[in-house]
Write a protein that binds this ligand. Structure first.
Ligand SMILES: Cc1cc2nc3c(=O)[nH]c(=O)nc-3n(C[C@H](O)[C@H](O)[C@H](O)COP(=O)(O)OP(=O)(O)OC[C@H]3O[C@@H](n4cnc5c(N)ncnc54)[C@H](O)[C@@H]3O)c2cc1C
Length: 629
């Protein structure tokens, strides 16, 4: 993937310089229903060809050329050439799918072809469209643009794309190229009764981008893809200012080229945007060293229906009443548009090293993590996978590489399983990323590994650690393979105090299996978790679950029942509604229990004050009392 200098791509959204304004993508293949052709003429102005339309899948995760497929030998293979795993076979993965989810290669549930995907006609607000034209703001109501901005990446989104249709599309897409154009769009929306939904990378996993069905107004999606530039880097104060549409990997790559990092690395960094991170209160895997997004944001600009919110000074901390930036962080597109963000940046650490540890069981691993938090000796990243994920990780070995490469010699494996008495169906693994100077990293390693010994931890080597983190990006593509064979899968997460981690993990996993069986699932069910973040007072736990829907005629209903029951169980076990995925429309039902009635009223009052006409009408976070609008 070739990098490009700033300025070269002023007119296109970029992922590592991959887009060209002249590129045409097969998204042109979407068809309009006959009504669209009759009722609504395609209206387009200055449409940029952004990465979203040219290199991303229309009905799944990630790059179009990268997916898991069954090759001619019957093995799973990862296509393309973008990832280390690309072009390689994973001979253990198919047996893993068969054993753990009961898939049968003869029973395929392929997606509908793109050409058959029908798009409803747009509800054009002509006066708003004319305004955009006069003010030189790019727009389109073409079906291919509307489909690509109508969803995030929940199971529902994928099921709609693969087998049905999206219940409601944005009627128009607008591409502001700077903050002043965003201000004009918001002003016009208020004047001409237009609803708006901002979209960054489109990686939402909370139905936050879905257009609400009851919304009677025309809905325009504000695609931030053109606002993707670093505006300045301040090496004195170690800050940078960037436009909110910049995609994580582009931001990081351009900072790296100048010797800096922003340190924020969510697993979705390849496709999620800076504005999206702020709007969802995102968390990155290296938060131990750099902090979560709320720790990294120094300052931001926010365009609301009432005008621009920005601080009058760019200082590191302020005592001036409640922090208004915390009203914006996590606002999920309900209050306005994040246009520019000043972030802390850091010199790239001279040394980055991976590491891994193996523990006899999950309890020992969690006890170790608790001790690490007490001693505050967590490296930049520290993750603990349970036995199910440990086994799954091994099943994703390519022909040449494996989780056990660090313990390559069979003598080492014997050391763990025979000499140390670990059981293969109980042992778990932790992976780490250490960053700093050579001395700092050595010291971090020594301290962590010495502590691990107290919990029977065995050092698994650097290569195993590296492998664990590399898998992160590939795992996101696995669901699409499962869906080809009737598997529905999802991940969800929570924040939980230390004393409740074990109980919560065990209960939620058991509940998922119980609920699936009760709902008629006839095949083995995947329920697995990992501890992904370490805090003084608790941890973030991240679950994967999946089941084979073969034979069920109400698979989405079954899925919803299990997911809802799992969230209820999480909350009953002392966990939270979310740690970093946010609320969207998916988890709204638990907001009252989370913030209380007074809290809900306060959120509604803020919404009413900033956006009295509910122009930002994505209906995330809370249901608005109609009297207030
Ligand atoms: C495979 C995968 C891995 C993930 N890993 C992580 C992870 O490690 N950590 C994590 O925190 N999350 C993760 N997520 C969730 C998701 O990536 C985050 O919520 C991310 O912050 C969303 O950013 P985005 O740019 O894609 O936002 P979008 O999906 O485009 O939008 C999300 C919400 O933010 C609003 N929004 C977007 N941009 C703006 C803006 N400029 N102004 C106002 N509102 C805006 C939208 O209206 C919407 O409500 C993951 C998701 C997937 C699919």
């Amino acid at each position: 993937m070739s990098g490009k200098s700033l300025g070269q791509t002023m007119l296109v959204g970029r992922i590592m310089g991959e887009c060209r304004s002249e590129q045409k993508g097969p998204t042109d293949l979407f068809t309009s229903t006959p009504q669209v052709k009759k009722m609504a003429e395609i209206q387009q102005f200055n449409v940029p060809q952004s990465y979203r339309d040219t290199i991303l899948k229309w009905n799944g995760w990630g790059y179009r050329d990268s997916f898991f497929a069954i090759n001619k030998n019957g093995d799973v293979e990862f296509t393309g050439s973008r990832y280390e795993m690309s072009g390689q076979a994973l001979p253990l993965l198919r047996p893993w799918f068969e054993q753990n989810l009961g898939i049968d290669l003869d029973y395929k549930t392929p997606s509908q072809p793109q050409q058959q995907f029908k798009v409803d006609p747009p509800n054009n607000n002509q006066v708003f469209i004319d305004f955009l034209r006069v003010h030189d703001i790019a727009y389109s109501n073409a079906p291919q643009h509307r489909v690509m901005r109508a969803h995030g990446h929940t199971v529902h989104d994928m099921m709609h794309l693969r087998y049905g249709k999206i219940p409601r599309y944005p009627d128009l897409i607008v591409w502001p190229k700077d903050e002043s154009q965003v201000e004009k769009i918001v002003e016009a929306a208020n004047r001409f009764n237009q609803a708006l939904i901002p979209i960054g990378g489109g990686t939402s996993v909370s139905n936050a981008l879905d257009c609400p069905l009851p919304e009677p107004r025309s809905i325009a999606s504000i695609d931030m893809a053109l606002m993707d530039h670093i505006l300045w880097i301040d090496s004195q104060n170690l800050t940078c200012r960037a436009e909110a549409g910049i995609i994580g990997q582009t931001l990081e790559k351009e900072l790296n080229a100048k010797g800096y990092t922003c340190g924020h690395e969510p697993d979705s960094i390849e496709f999620s945007s800076l504005g999206g991170w702020v709007s969802t209160r995102a968390s990155g895997m290296k938060k131990n060293r750099y902090g979560n997004i709320e720790d990294l944001v120094v300052h931001l600009n926010f365009v609301t229906s009432k005008g621009l919110i920005q601080r009058q000074c760019q200082v590191p901390r302020l005592s001036s009443g409640p922090d208004l930036q915390h009203v914006i962080l996590g606002s999920e597109g309900t209050l306005g548009v994040v246009t520019q963000v000043t972030l802390k940046i850091f010199p790239i650490p001279p040394v980055k090293r991976f590491g891994s540890l193996v523990f006899p069981n999950f309890n020992a691993g969690v006890a170790f993590f608790r001790e690490v938090a007490k001693h505050r000796c967590q490296p930049a990243s520290l993750r603990l996978v349970d036995n199910e994920q440990f086994i799954m990780g091994q099943a994703m070995k390519t022909e040449n590489k494996g989780l056990w490469t660090g313990l390559k010699a069979s003598a080492s494996k014997m050391y763990v399983t025979w000499w140390k008495g670990f059981k293969v169906d109980e042992m778990v693994a932790a992976t780490c990323v250490f960053e700093g100077s050579e001395e700092e990293v050595e010291q971090q390693e020594r301290r962590l590994y010495a502590l691990a010994e107290q919990f029977k931890g065995v050092v698994g080597g650097e290569e195993n650690g590296r492998y664990g983190y590399r898998l992160t990006f590939a795992i996101a593509y696995l669901r699409d393979l499962g869906m080809e064979y009737s598997v529905l899968g999802e991940s969800f997460e929570t924040s939980v105090p230390w004393d409740k981690v074990l109980n919560l993990c065990r209960n939620v996993k058991q509940l998922i299996k119980r609920e699936a069986k009760a709902a008629g699932v006839k095949y083995p069910v995947l329920a697995s978790c990992r501890v992904t973040q370490v805090y003084d007072a608790g941890a973030c736990v991240y679950f994967y679950f999946g089941f084979n829907s073969r034979g069920l005629d109400n698979s989405l209903e079954v899925y919803d029942r299990i997911e809802t029951a799992a969230r209820d169980e999480i909350i009953a076990c002392g966990g939270s509604i979310s740690h970093h995925h946010g609320i969207g429309k998916l988890r709204k039902q638990w907001m009252k229990g989370t913030v209380g009635t007074v809290g809900l009223d306060l959120l509604a009052a803020i919404k009413h004050e900033l956006d009295p006409k509910n122009v930002f009408a994505n209906a995330n976070l809370i249901d608005l009392p109609s009297a207030k609008l």
